[in-house]
Design a protein around this ligand. Structure first.
Ligand SMILES: [Zn+2]
Length: 376
């Protein structure tokens, strides 16, 4: 498994100039490949050798770095609609990559071939097994190194789980889990909406390209950066909370259709947060399983009786069994139950055929535990 770590770089004025030049050079190569309508990585690598003959300045670039651009174009062609890519302008080409070679990390310095050694702040333990270093420029002009490391993923048990949990994500609260723990939606978002709108308005009033326009753009980028930092911090803390406490986590599968439909900024950021949260859980936690979202907020978690309610109704009150509990709490218990049921359905037929009696015994004990959960 590959994990990425992001570290801040502090280049000197001269180094920053070289970094900018490197970005420009890479962008030139990128646009050249587009211009010649190349799509196979092999063709592009071949073209690179010729390009270096015609344009000797390209020899000042680490050759693996240029090859990575070919890789980048080939990969982007595959995902782009009809394989059509657009030329990159100065502002939307922000990263170049050293793969396998051309970099060295030591003593708070990142040494890059053909560039020099740049001060790096290793705010956490220096990762081992570094495979790749990507240098990138943020929209606000800060420089970072994204260090990719090969990590051996610890093997986890898929037979016995000690602590399962179901998590319901929502708008009113960020999440509510089946142990009745809630995480509020971080207030920074609503607080930042007004300044954001104002900054957007300021940009649109300025004359495009003027120095005031650039200033306004920079202010806007800084606001977004600040929101993003706070958001990531919150998501990291919340996902760590769950991955430390539970070894089996059930989440609702996110409804992509609904996500694409809404235009409001707050919702957009929130939607992005949920999928980032899921991604973080997936690499931090023992096991994450997605559950079909149908009826989780309607069915009674105690007796299964459907209790239809609008979004405004915050409590679940069942007429049949008399259960009264928070609407999201009810949903999260349903998610946990559905998840456990779906896992058992998947496990049973295959496992029964091949496992030893001991394992069957363990498994049925697990099922009892699971049903114990369902009965609660
Ligand atoms: Zn009920």
């Amino acid at each position: 498994m590959t994990l990425n770590y992001k570290f801040r770089l502090y280049p000197t004025k001269e180094q920053e100039l070289v970094l900018e030049q490197t970005l420009d050079g890479c962008r030139w190569v990128y646009n050249y490949f587009l211009d010649k309508n190349m799509s196979s990585e092999y063709d592009m690598n071949y073209a690179l050798t010729e390009l270096k003959e015609q344009h000797p300045w390209l020899r000042n670039y680490h050759s693996k770095m240029l090859q990575m651009i070919a890789k980048q174009v080939a990969a982007a062609r595959k995902t782009a609609a009809k394989g059509i890519l657009s030329y990159r302008k100065h502002n939307d080409f922000n990263a170049f990559t050293y793969n396998q070679s051309g970099f060295r990390l030591e003593n708070n310095k990142l040494s890059l071939s053909k560039i020099g050694s740049i001060r790096i702040v290793l705010h956490r333990k220096l990762p081992v097994n570094v495979k790749q270093v990507t240098v990138c420029r943020s929209k606000t002009g800060k420089w970072y190194a994204v260090v990719a490391c090969d990590v051996l993923r610890r093997l986890y048990s898929t037979i016995i789980y000690r602590k399962p949990v179901g998590i319901d994500v929502g708008i009113a609260k960020f999440c509510h889990d089946s142990d009745d723990h809630t995480e509020d939606n971080p207030q920074f978002l609503t607080k930042m909406l007004r300044p954001l709108r104002r900054a957007h308005r300021r940009v649109s009033r300025r004359q495009t390209g003027s120095s005031n326009y650039k200033k306004a753009k920079h202010m806007l980028a800084r606001l977004y950066e600040r929101i993003n930092n706070k958001r990531r911090d919150f998501l990291h803390k919340t996902s760590t909370y769950y991955s430390n406490r539970y070894d089996l986590i059930f989440l609702e599968r996110l409804r992509v259709m609904n996500m694409a439909k809404n235009h409001r900024l707050a919702r957009k950021i929130l939607d992005a947060s949920w999928s980032t949260f899921k991604n973080m859980l997936q690499y931090k936690a023992n096991r994450v399983v997605e559950v079909e979202p149908a009826y989780t907020s309607i069915d009674c978690s105690r007796c299964g009786h459907p209790v239809p309610k609008s979004l405004a109704v915050r409590t679940h009150a069942c007429q049949k069994c008399g259960a009264v509990l928070d609407r999201d709490y009810n949903a999260s218990i349903n998610i946990l139950q559905r998840g456990l049921e779906s896992l058992m359905l998947l496990l049973l037929p295959v496992e029964r055929r091949e496992v030893t009696p001991v394992e069957i015994a363990m498994q049925s004990r697990k099922q009892e535990e699971a049903y114990e959960f369902i009965r609660r």
